[in-house]
Each structure stands twice: as structure tokens, then as C-alpha cells.
Design a protein around this ligand. Sequence first.
Ligand SMILES: C[S@@+](CC[C@H](N)C(=O)[O-])C[C@H]1O[C@@H](n2cnc3c(N)ncnc32)[C@H](O)[C@@H]1O
Length: 132
Amino acid sequence: MESNQIKYDKVLLDVPCSGLGVLSKRADLRWNRRLEEMEELKILQDELLEAASMLVKPGGILVYSTCSIDSEENEERVETFLARFPEFIIDSATRFVPTEFVTDKGFYFSNPVKHSIDGAFAARLVLKNSSL
Ligand SMILES: C[S@@+](CC[C@H](N)C(=O)[O-])C[C@H]1O[C@@H](n2cnc3c(N)ncnc32)[C@H](O)[C@@H]1O
């Protein structure tokens, strides 16, 4: 999918997600999830990530974020995306947040049990310049 629309230096994609990082505030989510809904959400997250990536300028930044602690909605979505769009690379979160919130792969991740705050995930991706 290619596009001739305006492109941006920075794009933030805060996707619809299961909300599994915020169960302390949304206890109802615990009971209302269905497997099929998760599968649909993952497809939607992939579609939105691909669509958002088309809006990024060469050298620009794409941040993918969720309020989920489920790796299927987090690392797995980003890895699926990077396998299809290797022109994007991970830019580690270490420059922006304390290291205790940075995963081995350079993603931001807060864990309600470990950090006593809502669970969330973010991946900072850079679109390589074609000249690189
Ligand atoms: C996690 S929320 C984003 C919240 C936002 N960051 C804010 O501060 O208001 C996810 C958003 O995705 C929107 N959304 C749901 N399905 C969508 C779709 N198919 N395409 C685009 N956006 C969608 C929802 O309406 C919701 O506003």
C-alpha cells in the first residue's frame, strides 16, 4: 500500500487494545474478553500500524502504543510489522525513560505488578532515510 498523502516527522498511534494494562480501573474487562475479539483486535492493530506507517516521512518517527501488557498486542504486533516493513528500525526508549521501563528490545513497558502503575507499551520506530 503506497500513498501520496502528506507525510509527517512524527506519528503517534495509540491503538484500540484489550486494556489489560488497566484492569485496576476497568475490572469489567476481566470478564468481557472473548478470544475472537482478541484476534480481531490484533488484525485491526496490524492494519492501523501499516496505515500509520504510510504517514511517516523518511527519517521520521512512528510510535506504536497500547495500554495492554499482552505481548500479542505489543512486541508481536511490532515484530510482525517490522518483518513486513524492514525500512523501519527500533529506536530504543533508553534516551526517554528510566531503564527499568525499557525492555531488552528497546521498547517501553510498564508492568502494574513491578512498577505499581498502569501497564502500557510503546515502540519508537524510525523510518530509515533512503540515502542511508
Ligand atoms: C486507546 S484509544 C486512543 C486514545 C487517545 N490516545 C486519547 O488520548 O484520546 C484508541 C482509539 O482508537 C479508536 N479506534 C477504534 N477503532 C478504530 C479504527 N478502526 N480506526 C481508527 N481508530 C479506531 C478509538 O475510537 C479510540 O479513540
